[in-house]
Design a protein around this ligand. Structure first.
Ligand SMILES: [Zn+2]
Ligand SMILES: [Zn+2]
Length: 101
């Protein structure tokens, strides 16, 4: 994890200000985006208007930006309008990290 994005790769927020939840080389996701994508994965509507329009449970993105898993390798993937997606496994890991920090 020597190279980390300084801004959330999904909403563009500074991860220093919002709180970094997960980071991989060149990809970061803030806590707010983690919370919103978890809601979407649960089939709930997020109350966050920015993230509601940003994320969707649809197959426009096929690979997880964090672990690189592709179709058939993950149970579910939330994709975003910025062309990046995150799989259920990485989201679970990020949620645990977000809670512990
Ligand atoms: Zn974000
Ligand atoms: Zn993943």
């Amino acid at each position: 994890m020597s190279v980390e994005a300084e801004a959330c790769s999904f909403c563009g927020s500074s991860v220093h200000r919002r709180g970094r939840a997960i980071a991989a080389p060149y990809v970061s996701m803030c806590k707010d985006c983690i919370a919103a994508t978890l809601q979407i994965l649960d089939g709930k509507e997020t109350t966050d208007p920015l993230r509601k329009s940003l994320f969707a449970l649809n197959p426009t993105v096929l690979h997880c930006a964090f672990c690189g898993r592709g179709p058939g390798d993950y149970a579910a993937l939330v994709s975003s309008k910025v062309g990046r997606g995150i799989c259920e496994t990485c989201l679970d890991a990020g949620a645990m990290l977000a809670q512990s920090s």
